[in-house]
Design a protein around this ligand. Sequence first.
Ligand SMILES: [Zn+2]
Length: 89
Amino acid sequence: MKKNNVPMRRCVGCMESKPKNELIRVAFYEGKISLDETGRAKGRGAYLCRNPECFDRAEKRKAFNRAFRANIDRKDVEALMTEIRNEQE
Ligand SMILES: [Zn+2]
């Protein structure tokens, strides 16, 4: 196996594994999802590529519900996606 010091995480949009530092972390804590800019927010994390296609895919596939095994309000997901998209500009 190749030695690799960068932890790999899987994007919930395209399901590809990428170095953690290339991905956006979404945190899930106390029933709420939020954009985790520091990568150290409390709660469980899900990861996304910095790619609008992955945001769309994650949203359509309800990837966050699956990643966090919770029923996340569609509005919360939409708000988060808007925040992420704005962040990318
Ligand atoms: Zn992706």
